[in-house]
Design a protein around this ligand. Structure first.
Ligand code: APR
Length: 237
């Protein structure tokens, strides 16, 4: 008898999954991110205007991230690898999915704990500790910037993310306002017949989508509910 391979579960996460780990979301605070206008700290224009401010901003975020611990939702997603082939597509730049033990993670918007060359975006380095400074340079001599995808910049990992969602046998969307493209458009690549769980205390309004199951809860409890629903889902062969 042949054993069926594990089902492919693809999970798109946003800032909300890290909220219970003490990391603030972007849009729950009047459009300000830790007191800053997003345009100041998350655009190439902001970087060109004030590099010291942008470096300091991400240094503070990195400091917080180093201290943060994965919560029940991150841990449950890692545990689900026992039963499913799980791919995490995250918009978050924190490393809480890694800390929880997930093994296949696509970071759509970069990684806070890495720096990137400003002359060759393919060159990235791990950052030792919390601080990236003016004067820190890449091997080609250019100032290093945070390895974060800012508004107005391309999202190279979309190709890999689209491939994963297209092949998913179940999809979960957790803690994202679904306002930022291209990430928000990923759900359109999922097969109509597969179950799509949306976990968020404030479910984002989406146009009618087949087999959509809203779970209006925080990620910590919502992911456990999704696990139960998945167990009783009748997958097609
Ligand atoms: N559990 C689940 N969801 C939560 C929780 C929680 N405990 N707390 C808040 N949320 C939800 C909010 O209701 C909201 O829908 O998380 C969502 C957070 O939305 P945003 O702050 O807009 O974050 P996100 O969707 O990840 O932002 C996308 O925008 O600023 C850019 O590049 C940045 O990756 C980011 C992108």
């Amino acid at each position: 008898m042949e054993l069926r391979q594990k089902r492919r579960l693809v999970v798109l996460t946003g800032a909300g999954i890290s909220a219970e780990s003490g990391i603030r979301t972007f849009r729950d605070d009047n459009g300000l991110w830790e007191g800053h206008d997003l345009a100041e700290v998350a655009t190439p224009e902001g970087w060109n205007k004030n590099r010291a401010l942008v470096l300091d901003f991400y240094n503070q975020r990195r400091k917080a991230c180093l201290k943060a611990k994965p919560n029940a939702a991150h841990l449950k997603l890692a545990e689900l690898e026992d039963s499913y082939e799980v791919t995490i597509i995250t918009q978050n730049v924190d490393d809480l999915h890694e800390k929880a033990g997930s093994s296949h993670i696509i970071h759509l918007h970069g990684e806070l704990c890495k720096s990137q060359s400003t002359v060759d975006p393919r060159i990235t380095y791990p950052i030792d500790g919390w601080e990236l400074k003016l004067g820190d340079t890449c091997e080609k001599g250019s100032q290093l910037r945070p390895f974060v995808v800012w508004f107005g910049e391309p999202v190279p990992k979309m190709v890999e993310a689209i491939a994963a969602v297209s092949q998913a046998e179940a999809l979960a969307v957790i803690g994202t306002s679904m306002l930022v493209y291209p990430a928000a458009g990923l759900i359109d690549y999922a097969e109509e017949a597969i179950p799509k769980f949306i976990i968020d205390p404030s479910i984002p309004s989406l146009y009618p989508i087949a087999n959509l199951f809203p779970i209006a809860e925080k990620a910590g409890t919502g992911v456990a509910k999704m696990e139960k629903a998945l167990q009783s889902w009748e997958f097609e062969d």
